[in-house]
Design a protein around this ligand. Sequence first.
Ligand SMILES: [Zn+2]
Length: 127
Amino acid sequence: MHELSIMQALFEQLQGIAREYGARRVLKFRVEVGPLSNVVPELLYDAFMAFRAAEPLLEKAEMDLIRVPLRLRCADCGEVTEPQGFRMVCGSCGSKRVEVVQGEDLLLRDVELEIPEEALNEQNSES
Ligand SMILES: [Zn+2]
């Protein structure tokens, strides 16, 4: 189950963000899962629940898992289209000279943190 190692990587990213902002806990975060990322959202969710039970940083966290569609940019007509199924052709002109602009990755977005007041004051006085 490679979702556990993916969750481990996400957790390390979250730890880094929390450290950067002096946050005590992660409250919420969003993960965008593309169809080519080979991630099974249900398994990733199970892995998240295991981390949540074990890691104080995540004890109040909620994870939003969003499935994002595959998007292709066409080298011939320049259009960005969402293909039907997994056919790697431009939805506008039918060209096969396309590159994937969305859908290959798993992306961490919109992280909400619980930041203690001391840490906030410190940031304010720095700026
Ligand atoms: Zn095209």
